[in-house]
Ligand binder design. Sequence first.
Ligand code: 13P
Length: 257
Amino acid sequence: MSRTPIIAGNWKMNMTVSDSVDFVKELAPKIADYNNVERVVSPTFLSLVAVSEALKDSPIQVSAQDAHWEASGAFTSEVSVSMLTDYVDYIIIGHSECRAYLNETDEKVNKKAKAILAAGLKPIIAVGESLEQNEAGETEAFVSTQVTAALDGISAEDMANVVIAYEPIWAIGTGKSASGELANTIIGGVVRNTVRDLYGDDVADALRIQYGGSVKPANMEEYMSQPDIDGALVGGASLKVDAFTELIEIASKVKGN
Ligand code: 13P
């Protein structure tokens, strides 16, 4: 089963609108030719329109970092999926920072996933355990529960548009990355096998699953060499043109099809 790798830069709360546009104008020509890899940038809501305009003739895709499942209404501070459809291809949901700081529950992740798929967009669903859960040996059960809850009621057909990102919380922004082998064990053994139990082999084998957590050029090859890891969700290293370009180059070389 050949799965097109997907490398997404999650910019989190970084870069002004003009910095974002300058950044993608510098980045786009450098990564334009790696067409065997999906390349995605995820700016803040404020920069999405300008970044999507700046990338309109480029193969680089755009993602939002969140979205509300309702189309409109009294939800102060929120942005709905339907408001994003003209500007983005992907929407990241369930990020551990949103789960920790914005009370994003499994139930909300599921509602968001369904709204995103109904709008013809693609969710990148982030899952991952805390250090305490990891040390208590709860990783497998916890991650499997998150995956199952996020996908509740989603059809096998819609699964073709789903990406899952396994991001152990203890590896995010800490410089402490999971080894390639460990990440592959959870991604293949837990995430993909949970999807296998739910949907069968065809859906499980076609699903793209990213690793995230302190991914950088120095460890990218280790992740991309693993059979079940289909790309990366990158924070810090996606904020530097050269580092992000290098990540794409490595993914293209090691994993591109
Ligand atoms: P870092 O790559 O900075 O560890 O962040 C990972 C992440 O949270 C991507 O969503």
